[in-house]
Design a protein around this ligand. Structure first.
Ligand code: G3P
Ligand code: CA
Length: 330
């Protein structure tokens, strides 16, 4: 016989589970739409506004790149140098400094020199001159925990699962300065019950060292990012020992010129048991390959025809159009 309090708690849990409608899972019958830094073609990257718009446009996953604050909190920024994507220069001019990050000498402002409280005073700005600057100065830098909470609430409001696709940025560098990314990343996932094989999460990295270590620490799916040309079948079989997929530059799938013949990389990766997610589709003429004749949807359709399993795009609306996925505004 269960004690009365335990029984009441069990009934309460069961009732909550029954009244919470099941969410539509991420589709498996078409490539997944991964909003690269959110809908970063429309809003300043890595902001709640960019992620929210992406989900409204039909994205299945939102992508936070992760770096650390001085007090060890993971925040969403493409790199730890934040001079180009925030107003840090005007708010903390005296913090400008020079560092070597992964062999590159850089001058600017670095997240690891700021506490979370200090970073919260900053506002995001668009990094590219030719994209809209109408939203500069409006949105704060979100933490990884806030991105997880956002994906959950955006998904619940639409009755479908919204996944999260975090990338560890400069993982060796962060470890070397005493701010390793992986423990905080796994702690955040565990706190939300997302350390599962079937969780709507992929962890990505350009470094294989931290992915090999993560393979022994989590069941979450791992994706190794590659832009190297030497993706031989043997190399892909090695990647399959620690990762579930490869994130490949789309130029490795097919070269930009109109006459180019697609490579074997998708077939070889599939033969090795790996998923293939391509990055990064962008609509502007400066990025779009000549073979698509100015039509970014044509690039999406070619990637689908060639058999990719997922597409990273700055314009999730364009990827959705290429896949005939309807927007889900609320
Ligand atoms: O994560 C896929 C793609 O985002 C890798 O490039 O530099 O935009 O993070 P990056
Ligand atoms: Ca990324």
């Amino acid at each position: 016989m269960l004690p009365r309090r335990t029984l009441c708690f069990a009934v309460l849990l069961a009732t909550t589970a029954c009244t919470r409608p099941a969410l539509q899972p991420v589709p498996t019958d078409r490539p997944i739409i991964i909003a690269h830094r959110g809908a970063s073609g429309h809003r300043p990257e890595h902001t709640v506004a960019a992620y929210t718009l992406a989900v409204e446009m039909g994205a299945d996953f939102i992508e936070p790149d992760l770096v650390s604050t001085k007090d060890g909190v993971l925040v969403a920024r493409h790199e730890n140098e934040i001079g180009g994507t925030t107003d840090v220069a005007s708010k903390f001019p005296e913090r400008r400094t020079r560092k070597v990050v992964d062999g590159d000498t850089m001058t600017g402002w670095f997240t690891e020199d700021f506490t979370l409280a200090e970073l919260r005073t900053l506002r995001a700005r668009e990094r590219l001159s030719f994209r809209s600057h109408a939203y500069d100065g409006q949105f704060p830098i979100p933490t990884f925990d806030e991105v997880l909470a956002l994906a959950d609430s955006l998904g619940r409001a639409r009755g479908r699962v919204v996944g999260v696709y975090p990338e560890t940025k400069h993982p060796s560098y962060h470890r070397a300065i005493g701010l390793p990314l992986e423990p905080a990343l796994l702690a955040s996932l565990r706190a939300r019950g997302l350390d599962r094989r079937d969780a709507p999460v992929y962890i990505q990295s350009f470094e294989d060292g931290n992915l090999r270590a993560l393979r022994g620490q989590t069941r979450v799916r791992l994706v190794y990012l590659v832009s190297e040309r030497a993706l031989t079948p043997a190399r892909l079989r090695d990647i399959a020992t620690f990762a579930d997929g490869v994130g490949v530059n789309q130029r490795l799938v097919v070269a930009p010129d109109s006459a180019a013949v697609p490579s074997r990389v998708i077939r070889d990766a599939h033969d090795a048991g790996l998923k293939v997610h391509v990055w990064t589709l962008r609509s502007e003429p400066v990025f779009l390959a000549a073979r698509y004749g100015g039509d970014p949807v044509a690039e999406v359709r070619e990637m689908v025809r060639l058999g990719v399993d997922g597409i990273f795009g700055d314009f999730p609306d364009v990827v959705a159009r290429g896949l005939d996925v309807a927007p889900t505004r609320r």
